[in-house]
Ligand binder design. Sequence first.
Ligand code: SF4
Length: 177
Amino acid sequence: MNAPDLSLSRLMGTPQSLEKLVIACVLAESQRVGAQPLIRGLGAISFNLLCTTCLPDMALDNGVAERPLFDEFEELFELLIEHAEPMDQMSIWLAAAIATAAQRDNHLWQDMGLPSRRELSAILNLRFPRLAAANNADMKWKKFFYRQLCQRAGVPICKSPQCGDCSDQSLCFGPET
Ligand code: SF4
């Protein structure tokens, strides 16, 4: 059976909410890079409901991980969920999708298969507004999330107490292109 067409051009041609577009983009990118599962942290019932809600005309299998993954998925998922407003099923799906994509190596908007950083900032402000507002210096999103996690864990990762004095500024700030 051929894989469902989750190309961005097809998805962008269908009017849908920003939330659904983001979910669809993450599914498409996960499929493109061969990730299993496509979105982590969701049971079969929740994933099927996600598909029915966001991509009703496509049959998708989330897949299963071949081996245990030891990374920061759970911590980032929890951070997002704690800041979800409203805290509903869509926010759970988005938190899982963002935390899944964040384990990859590129800018977060790229790992999510989004057209640009703009859509990422928009969904974070829409669904996780307090967390988005805390990024008041416009740090790169993935750097910002991991700095939050390290601060919560009491693990210092920064080379300097002040960003202004830090030699890693270019890694944490600046355009994500
Ligand atoms: S610029 Fe330096 S101090 Fe600021 S968040 Fe990045 S690593 Fe930490």
